[in-house]
Design a protein around this ligand. Sequence first.
Ligand code: ADP
Length: 385
Amino acid sequence: MKNGTYSTFSFSASEERINKLINGLRIGILLKGPKSEILFSNKAALEMLGLTEEGLHEKSFCNTKWDVIHEDGSPFPEDQYPFRKAIETKRTVRNVIMGIYRPSLKDRVWMQVNAEPLIDEEGEVKEVICSFSDITERKAVEEKLTSLYQSLESRALELATSNNDLQRFVHFATHDLQEPLRMVSSFTQLLKKKYEAQLDDQAIEYINYAVDGATRMKKLILDLLEYSKFSSNREVFTQTDMNKVIKDACKNLHEEITDNKVELDVPVLPVVRGKSLLITQLVENLIGNAIKYRSERKPLIKIRCDENEDHYLFSFSDNGIGIDKKYSDKIFILFQRLHSGSENNESTGVGLAICKKIVELHNGTIWVESEEGKGSNFYFTIAKN
Ligand code: ADP
């Protein structure tokens, strides 16, 4: 055996050392003769093919027992085997993927195979070195990823379809239902006006219920429209002065604030990065709720802000009726309300669901800490980036 030179260092390549080197490799190596006879195999090749040395020399890749297949599951024709191609073309064949059935282990392994022809002085292929690595695990992971990706894709498609259906439904509910609703409401009121003298108290009470029902349904439809508009919001993120936000929200709630003699305790607030119209809507909902769910006490709303490393934490506390702790999470779900029905005809359970969406759009979270009868503290964060 000659001494070999490799790059910047040389080594003495005794046959024993070469054998150790080849058998220590985790790549299978087969040396094949021109008639596909196996002349040499390393240890890894035997292990990967599930063979003993004696067994190997009785077999070849041409043996149909190997039942070789392509990645798509179709049979791998013998004349396409890499070593045959290498003999035929006298060129190196690289990275051919073969699914090989191992008769002794009764399983299938996936190999990535290369074949290198060794050409003699007459230009004929003397031998072919086949090297291969076991990629079964890699393929299993790839297959799992592909199937995960496919199921994600179909899930996304399902979601997009149901989202479109939902949008269509909301469009129908909010636009097409308004007209018949208006008719129900105005004709029952007309009925009351025209026949009030002829109707008894119970009939009038029933008509009032019908008018109330129609008014409530109108409010629900408008709130639902507001909620559905959220997904098509195109407002951009800008520097949003929270002092102006509070001012605008209070302007919109002017009547409620003056009618109920609401006291607002607000310090100087920071400028945040956000969608100012949406943040105004969020603040308006929180102040509006603090007034709507006021107690006997004179309404007092305290707004505070703490600056943290990556977010601002706002709190809106009121001295209203408060919320039972067990409903703290529920109230942020669409149509969930605690103080409902005749008690509060204004209540639809949409406001806080919109607040949650707005806060999440600003990479924040919203929650409430409250005790029934003792007021509520609503908290939300707005990310700095
Ligand atoms: P709505 O006020 O239309 O019912 P929201 O989503 O704004 O819808 O509120 C959901 C529920 O949470 C309300 O029905 C109410 O019971 C409760 N809630 C919200 N804000 C307050 C508050 N500040 N104090 C007490 N209860 C509140």
